[in-house]
Design a protein around this ligand. Structure first.
Ligand SMILES: NC(=O)c1ccc[n+]([C@@H]2O[C@H](COP(=O)([O-])OP(=O)(O)OC[C@H]3O[C@@H](n4cnc5c(N)ncnc54)[C@H](OP(=O)(O)O)[C@@H]3O)[C@@H](O)[C@H]2O)c1
Length: 250
């Protein structure tokens, strides 16, 4: 199926590894010019090489700590300047942050900034651009918020979902869609430390109907559809890619 993505442009944060890297590569293979943002320059360079070898559109890379002051403005401005215009924004950078029942204020602020405020600020910076062009696809990475222990990132992601739904209702008339993509457990550096040894196998046998963790590519397959013109009538929704797992017992 042609997703009609050829010639489009996209900013994706957290593109150096994991889910973001898979989405960046898949978009490039679909003919999208990507601005790939992350801190790890070596990984961004290897992504560029991997895409070139696979025959995708060469991405532009931007080494940027999204937590730094002014980062959303810088990423948005670089996106417009280097890509010419921006059709697609994927707010993917994030990190699981389990904490004690109280947790340090520093961690709460940092995680809420990374997983909620920065995606919101980058989106808000780009909104006038999207509105002026009467188009824009925004995709925010979410997570389950039905954990049984405190995880700041999941609190931030719950906020992302509520805000995305509110925003989608207001910007739809400008031709802009806002959706969320919610992973179950996807095999990345972000979650590997929580499943040492044969914990992954035991957990998957018990909790995941499709039998194992997902791969970043499983997320990319859904992401490229959701930001494509094929999904033009989908907004304010949360697409779940979780192998049938509906809760996290940790
Ligand atoms: N994997 C899962 O099962 C799962 C479950 C629920 C939610 N999620 C969400 O899915 C998204 C992707 O997660 P993942 O599992 O693919 O994680 P990952 O493999 O750890 O990748 C995270 C990405 O975010 C970037 N990043 C982190 N902090 C950053 C910062 N301060 N500035 C710029 N970039 C930063 C990292 O790049 P650098 O290190 O190069 O900066 C990396 O590219 C996240 O929002 C995560 O919360 C994942």
């Amino acid at each position: 199926m042609d997703l009609y993505l050829k010639g489009k442009t996209a900013i994706i944060t957290g593109a150096s590894q994991g889910i973001g890297r898979a989405i960046a590569k898949e978009l490039a293979l679909e003919g999208v010019k990507v601005l790939a943002v992350a801190r790890n320059e070596d990984l961004l360079n290897s992504l560029k090489e991997e895409i070139n070898t696979s025959g995708g559109v060469e991405p532009i890379t931007l080494v940027q700590n999204i937590l730094a002051a002014g980062a959303p403005q810088k990423i948005g401005a670089e996106g417009i300047s280097l890509l010419g215009h921006v059709d697609i924004l994927i707010n993917n950078a994030g990190r699981s942050r389990p904490v004690d029942v109280v947790g340090s204020e520093k961690i709460w602020i940092e995680s809420m900034t990374l997983d909620f405020d920065r995606p919101r600020q980058l989106t808000q910076w780009l909104l006038p651009h999207f509105i002026a062009r009467k188009q824009g696809s925004i995709l925010n990475l979410a997570s389950t918020y039905e954990l049984r222990a405190v995880n700041v990132s999941a609190v931030a992601k719950a906020s992302i979902v509520v805000w995305s739904k509110q925003l989608s209702a207001q910007v739809g008339r400008h031709g802009i869609t806002v959706n969320c993509l919610q992973p179950g457990l996807i095999d990345t550096e972000n979650i590997r430390p929580f499943f040492a040894g044969d914990e992954r196998r035991k957990f998957a046998d018990r909790e995941i109907p499709l039998g194992d963790f997902g791969e970043p590519q499983d997320m990319a397959n859904m992401a490229v559809f959701l930001v494509s013109p094929r999904a033009r009538y989908i907004t304010g929704t949360v697409a779940v890619v979780d192998g049938g797992m509906r809760h996290h017992p940790f």
